[in-house]
Design a protein around this ligand. Sequence first.
Ligand code: PAF
Length: 278
Amino acid sequence: MGLIVARNREELAKASGGGRLALVPTMGALHEGHRSLMRDACARANRVAVSIFVNPLQFAPNEDFSRYPRTFDDDLQVCEEEGVSVVFAPAAEDMYRHDRQVSVNSGEMGRIVEGAFRPGHFDGVLTVVLKLFHLVQPDLAVFGQKDAQQLAMIRRMVADLDLPIEIVGSPTVREPDGLALSSRNRYLSEDDRRVALTLSRALRVGAGEFTPAKIRETARAVLDEAGGALDVDYLVLADPATFLEVSETYEGPAVLAVAARVGGTRLIDNVILTLSPA
Ligand code: PAF
């Protein structure tokens, strides 16, 4: 059967079918990273639904909601090529009632690290993801590891609200030179792109060290090499489940995460590493 495109919840309801269903939530402007999420989903389920919705709730008024890339026809082609069964692409009026009152509160964890720089962002993400879960009713949902705190927050929501959905984190896809794929990369000029490479290089070099202090110090030194061309919001070495900074004696998985602005574009990236006793 071909790709079904549902533009509202009624059309989505009609598109239901049997078997194990995987959801890949996206905001469109699909690239290789999204293809990789879809392939991961296809390998784990009989049917894959992709949602395409630029969620106004997760953008602050000063952010790029209105200029966020919208490439719907190309996105449909990608979904078709990847064997997706259903694309759910609702209008904002269809997703949110004009008089809506209730939303998800992402708690303390939603206000640290990325959340400290984007107030309300994770409330907006969790609200739309919870609505998508209810509307699509998937058995599992696949999210990119590139948005590491988002992935951690979604896992927390699923645990805290007892949602019967398996959450799969899928590895970050990178350009051959290391740049993590992002829909926002298309905003970068050639010069910006060169500077943007500092993020993945800082993470790679930092992750080669062995103690939290040395990892942070080394990664920070690489970021500093870019001087004023890179405006760093944060560099953290944190527990990937809580996003709290790890102590010098911490052992186990850790996420080294960075957010920085290059030109007018805000980029994030991270790597997962394992800290073991010295
Ligand atoms: O990662 C994204 O593209 C978005 O935050 C998501 C999960 C689709 C929610 O709007």
